[in-house]
Design a protein around this ligand. Structure first.
Ligand SMILES: NC(=O)c1ccc[n+]([C@@H]2O[C@H](COP(=O)([O-])OP(=O)(O)OC[C@H]3O[C@@H](n4cnc5c(N)ncnc54)[C@H](O)[C@@H]3O)[C@@H](O)[C@H]2O)c1
Ligand SMILES: [Zn+2]
Length: 403
C-alpha cells in the first residue's frame, strides 16, 4: 500500500534523527539549525512522525478529520482486544459519538468512561474510580485505554494505563492544542496531590498518538492560547526558522486554518519527539522543554493559579529573556523579537504588578525540579538555541521580576 511505503519513508527520516541520540545539550543544540520547514512533511494531507524509543517507539499521526478514522488504524495496530475511551464530561459530549462510531465501524470493541472536566479531577480518587470501573468491566492485560481530551485526560489515562494490572496499552487522542503539541507526546503521565501538581506519576509511552487539528474549532480562545505559548517555546528552544514562520503565518494560525495548524502541530511534535528520543527521562537535555516554565510555574503558583498556564509560561519566557540579556548571553534585539511574537499571539509578557515578588522567589526555590534548592533556567543564546544554567544571581532575578 503506498501509504505504508510512505510511512516507512517518514519513519526512516525520523529514525535518522533518533539515531543521532544526543546524550548532552551540546549535541542537541548543534542540531538546532535543522530547517523549520513547516510544510515539509505534508503527505496526502496526512503526516506521520515517529518517536524513536527502540521497542517502545510509536507513531504520531496528524490528519484533519482523523477522529473518525482512529478505529480503522487501531484495528490494524492490534495492541489490545478492546478499548475503554477515557474522557472528561465536556470532551465526551463533543467527540465521543464520532470517535466511538468510527471504532465500532472498524469492529473495535469499546466502552466509554468519563470524569468531571478540570484540573481538580487529576487526582488519585479519579484514578481509583476509573480502575474500579475497569475491574467491573472485566478489563485485563489484553485490553487497552484511549485517552480522549486535553492534558488532564492524557495524564490521568496514561497513569492509569501504567499501573492497572501493572500496565496495559494506551493511545492518545488529544483535543486541546496544548495536548496536541505537548502533553500527548513523550510519555509523562501523572496526577496531582494537595501538596503539589504532578507529584505522582510515571514515564509510560502511548502506543500511538492520533491528532485531528479539526477538533480545535470548538476550543475556547484561552485554551488555544495555552497551547500557543508552548508552540512559541519550541521555536525559541529548537528552530529559528519555525519561529520566523510563526511570525509570518500568525493570521492563518489564529484563524485556525486547518492546514496551518496541522503543519505547526507537526513541527512541534517532531521537535518533542527528537528531544524525548535523546533523553526520555529528563536526565539532561529534555530539560530544554522547560524554557519559560521555571519562572512560569512560580508565577502561576504565586497567582494562586488564577493565571492560566500559557499566560504564566509566556511571562516566564519574556522574563527569562531579560535574564539572558542581562547575563550577556542573548541580544536585546532577539529578546524584543520574542516579546513581540508572544504579544502578537495575545499572550502577556509582564509579571502582573499585584503579584508578590517575594512569593514568586519562594516558589522558585521549592520547584520540584530544583537541585538542592537551586532552580535551573533555560536561557536563550539565539532564537533556536538555548543553554541550561543554575547560575543565575538573585539580583538578576529581582531585576527581571521588577520588569
Ligand atoms: N504529560 C505531559 O508531558 C504534560 C505536558 C504539559 C501539560 N500537562 C498537563 O496537561 C494539563 C493541562 O492540559 P489542557 O490544557 O489540555 O487541559 P484540559 O485537559 O483540562 O482541557 C482544557 C479544557 O478544554 C476542554 N476541551 C478539551 N478539548 C476541547 C475541544 N476540542 N473543544 C472544546 N473544549 C475542549 C476540556 O473539557 C477542559 O475543560 C495539566 O494537568 C498539565 O499538568 C502534561
Ligand atoms: Zn507547559
Amino acid at each position: 500500500m503506498p501509504s505504508r511505503f510512505l510511512l516507512l519513508a517518514f519513519c526512516f527520516g525520523f529514525e535518522t534523527l533518533a539515531r543521532s541520540r544526543a546524550t548532552g545539550l551540546s549535541r542537541l543544540t548543534a542540531r538546532i539549525s535543522e530547517p523549520g520547514n513547516m510544510g515539509q512533511a505534508m503527505l496526502n494531507d496526512e503526516i506521520r512522525l515517529k518517536v524513536g524509543l527502540g521497542d517502545r517507539s510509536y507513531a504520531i499521526i496528524i490528519r484533519d478529520g482523523l477522529l473518525t478514522g482512529v478505529g480503522a488504524d487501531l484495528a490494524d495496530l492490534g495492541s489490545a482486544r478492546r478499548y475503554a475511551v477515557v474522557a472528561d464530561d465536556r470532551v465526551a459530549g463533543l467527540f465521543a459519538t464520532a470517535l466511538l462510531a468510527g471504532l465500532k465501524q472498524a469492529g473495535v470493541r469499546v466502552e466509554l468512561l468519563t470524569f468531571p472536566h478540570g484540573e481538580t479531577s487529576k487526582n488519585m480518587t479519579t484514578i481509583s474510580q476509573l480502575a474500579s470501573d475497569l475491574a467491573r468491566l472485566g478489563w485485563d492485560r489484553g485490553d487497552g485505554l484511549i485517552a480522549l481530551g486535553g492534558g488532564v485526560s492524557g495524564d490521568i489515562t496514561g497513569f492509569l494505563a501504567s499501573i492497572y494490572m501493572r500496565g496495559i496499552p494506551f493511545v492518545q487522542v488529544p483535543t486541546t492544542l496544548l495536548a496536541q503539541v505537548d502533553s500527548s507526546v513523550g510519555g509523562k503521565t501523572g496526577v496531582d496531590i494537595p501538596e503539589g501538581k504532578n507529584l505522582l506519576g510515571s514515564f509510560y509511552q502511548p502506543r500511538r498518538v492520533y491528532i485531528d487539528p479539526g477538533v480545535l474549532a470548538s476550543l475556547p480562545p484561552h485554551e488555544m492560547r495555552n497551547g500557543l505559548a508552548e508552540v512559541i517555546k519550541y521555536g525559541v528552544i529548537y528552530d529559528g526558522d519555525f519561529f520566523g514562520q510563526l511570525k509570518q503565518r500568525r493570521e492563518s494560525i489564529l484563524a485556525r486554518d486547518r492546514q496551518a495548524l496541522a503543519t505547526v502541530i507537526a513541527r512541534c511534535c517532531a521537535i518533542k519527539a527528537e528531544v524525548v528520543a535523546a533523553d526520555e527521562r529528563e536526565a539532561d537535555s529534555r530539560r530544554i522543554l522547560n524554557f519559560g516554565h521555571t519562572l512560569g510555574h512560580a508565577v502561576e503558583a504565586a497567582s494562586d493559579y488564577t493565571l492560566a498556564h500559557g499566560a504564566a509560561v509566556a511571562i516566564g519566557m519574556a522574563t527569562v529573556a531579560e535574564i539572558a540579556v542581562a547575563k550577556g548571553l542573548w541580544s536585546r534585539e532577539d529578546a524584543e523579537n520574542l516579546r513581540g511574537l508572544i504579544e502578537a499571539y495575545g499572550l502577556p509578557t509582564q509579571v502582573p504588578p499585584e503579584l508578590d515578588r517575594q512569593r514568586i522567589k519562594a516558589y522558585l526555590k521549592t520547584d520540584k525540579k530544583c537541585v538542592v534548592g537551586r532552580p535551573f533556567f533555560v536561557l536563550p543564546l539565539a532564537i533556536g538555541k538555548v543553554t541550561i544554567s543554575d547560575e543565575v544571581d538573585e539580583r538578576l532575578i529581582d531585576q527581571a521580576l521588577a520588569g
